[in-house]
Design a protein. Sequence first.
Length: 138
Amino acid sequence: MGPEEFYNRNRLKLINRETLFEMRVKSLDWMLGCYNKGTIRRRTIINLIPLQNLYELLNHMESVERYEDCMIIKEVIDTIYEQNNTKSNTMSKKRRDEIIGLLTNTIQKEKEKVGGGNKDIIEKLSKKLNQVIEGKKK
């Protein structure tokens, strides 16, 4: 190891905790912008930044009363990590139409069978068809 490498390694140790947290918050703001533009995937962010680290950062920024930074961190948590809770449980129109077509076709085929087909299957498929038509997903 040369003197330049030694100097640079020791210089990294001099960065205090406050500066480190400041850099993390700025990078989170940049990362959220990239996510909103679509240039970085949600799965990549989740794999690189554990949610627990964000909560620790949020607690630290709150303890030093940096509420603007807390807003950025909370927005990252809400937008990326808590996304499943805010998602609507509706399916796309194309998928809905496809399912309606398949269910209708299956019900029709079952009714055309000798003796009217299996009544239990027809009843269950009809209930499912009504749920899909109403827009409910399971």
